[in-house]
Design a protein around this ligand. Structure first.
Ligand SMILES: [Zn+2]
Length: 257
């Protein structure tokens, strides 16, 4: 597979980067990414992932666009208010780059539905705001052998972690947060408030990490940083990183399964 002339032009600034190059750009065009959650994180993440030329995208969200979303969910405009986020996001992609292959799901994720959605993907990026969904997605990823990039934001703190619990010695998202949240379905965003650009920072950093993971075997962009979580602080601006140990008794990836 080679890139057509107009695709070479479109991705010229990627292709001149030794960390991506022509081989990396061709690889991205062959990748399938599942994006769960098209809100404050998923919206800017999707814009950068689509712009990066990731060839196949599955977009998952059961919510509708509300006027209060426009303060941070940069994908949408006033015309989308009242329409589904998934169909609105697909409409945006079709205008932005019709060459990308887009599927959507606008139904709420539960454990049985999560398995079908992540099957065969190269990477899942989860930017949803409730733990029940996040844990269902994580468990499905481990079972299907699909890596998971998990991103979250609250007030002025964000976190982005890369998980490959299906690999020996690597943690899954459940190793990180434990089982206590299985039944919890909280939408803290409405209560806590959030600076729009903070969600944008977390979402665009998640997109950067997603490209890194998708190019793991293709270029010298660095390792995928499995089992590591980055904390992004917007009050005292900076980032720090820590490593999550695999829990041998984990219900998602260990002996507790
Ligand atoms: Zn685990």
């Amino acid at each position: 597979m080679s890139l057509s002339l107009d695709r070479l032009d479109r991705f010229a600034r990627h292709i001149v980067l030794p960390e991506i190059g022509g081989a990396g750009q061709v690889a991205l065009a062959r990748k399938h990414l599942v994006l769960v959650g098209l809100g404050g994180i998923g919206s800017p993440a999707l814009q950068y992932l689509a712009a990066a030329g990731i060839g196949r995208l599955t977009l998952v969200d059961d919510d509708k666009v509300d006027i209060s979303n426009l303060q941070r969910q940069t994908l949408y405009n006033e015309r989308d208010v009242g329409h589904g986020k998934a169909i609105s996001a697909k409409r945006w992609i079709k205008l932005f780059d019709p060459a990308l292959d887009v599927e959507i799901s606008d139904r709420r994720i539960d454990p049985s539905r999560a398995a079908a959605l992540v099957e065969g993907a190269h990477l899942v990026l989860d930017g949803t705001d409730n733990f029940a969904t996040r844990l269902a997605v994580s468990d499905a990823c481990v079972k299907a052998g699909v890596p998971l990039l998990s991103a979250a934001v609250g007030r002025f703190q964000g976190q982005v972690g890369a998980f490959a619990g299906h690999l020996q010695g690597e943690a899954c998202y459940r190793c990180f947060v434990g089982d206590a949240f299985d039944a919890e379905d909280c939408d803290t965003c409405a209560e806590d408030g959030m600076l729009g650009a903070m969600a944008g920072w977390v979402g665009s950093f998640a997109a950067l990490q997603a490209v890194r993971i998708l190019l793991e075997d293709v270029s010298g962009f660095g390792d995928p940083q499995w089992s590591r979580v980055n904390l992004l602080d917007g009050i005292q601006p900076g980032m720090r990183q820590f490593t999550i140990a695999k829990d041998p008794a984990c219900k998602g990836c260990g002996s507790g399964t």
